[in-house]
Write a protein that binds this ligand. Sequence first.
Ligand code: 13P
Ligand code: SF4
Length: 331
Amino acid sequence: MAQLKENWLKQGFIDEPIADGIDLKSEIRKMCREKNAVILAHYYTVGEIQDAADFIGDSLALARKAAETDARIIVMCGVHFMAETNKLLSPDKLVLVPDLNAGCSLADSCNANDLRKFKNEHPGYKVVSYVNTTAAVKALTDVVVTSGNAKHVIDQLPVDEKIIFGPDYNLGNYINSITGRQMLLWEGGCHVHERFSVAEIVRLKALHPDAVTMAHLECKGPVLAISDVVGSTAVMLKYCIESEKTEFIVATEAGILHEMQRNCPEKTFYPVPPEVSEGGLGCSCNECEFMKMNTLQKLYNTLKYEWPCVDVDPMIAAEAVKPIQRMLEMS
Ligand code: 13P
Ligand code: SF4
């Protein structure tokens, strides 16, 4: 046991092998009932995690769920900022993650000290932050948004409000373009979404001329400009469920295809591969390696040992929760 603990403290996850013959999914569901735990999973996690979860959703839906659950334990299968958001909204609950190493390149593109300095250089500006941020950045923020509600929330701010928007440049740029606002944009981005290119989408459109192209708002401007539907993961999912169309080109992390295909077994989805390489073929790295750190084995061990858990410094938490609550009130 002591060795196991030493290992997981070092590694950020529990690597205990699973005994032969264990049906992981049914054991996980059993532990959830016995321990009064709820599993929340993002659409980008692997299919078997989504299938074992109580609830799957986009960042906004996951935050709402964390705020309203009466479970004793929340297991967040996603990335670290999502677990932090859960802890901020449910401070009395134990928030577990299968792997503490599951970070986010977008959240990492803005650190709190840099943002504090930028704020000081721009007195009188309000800070609107994307939910993909650390709690320390949220503590410097006036209102949080997700890609599911960014326009709706920002539309409620006075038209002459001076705004710093971060860290996702592409989302901020898109909101500026459709609202006519001139928010100051942080130059951060997601390494997965920035890899999608116009060239790959044009190639897929030529192969599938009847397909609807859908892109996540973290994609670059030219990709959004040639897409038919742009939005959060939930917006894309809703669209393909409700549409009469049967073919979809999807420019976001490929994990979402699991839920799209589950809801629409008769429809066809083409994941956009990232950037065309020299040889004319795209590589298959349209996956977020952080989301994929969530495995069924780690989820099982997390529930069994109730570790790793996510905590937020109480001084930071007291400030960081306010802009999230403001978002939930405004959306
Ligand atoms: P959604 O809010 O659309 O789920 O996006 C979260 C995210 O991390 C996208 O990369
Ligand atoms: Fe972060 Fe990008 Fe992964 Fe989303 S896909 S969690 S923005 S690194």
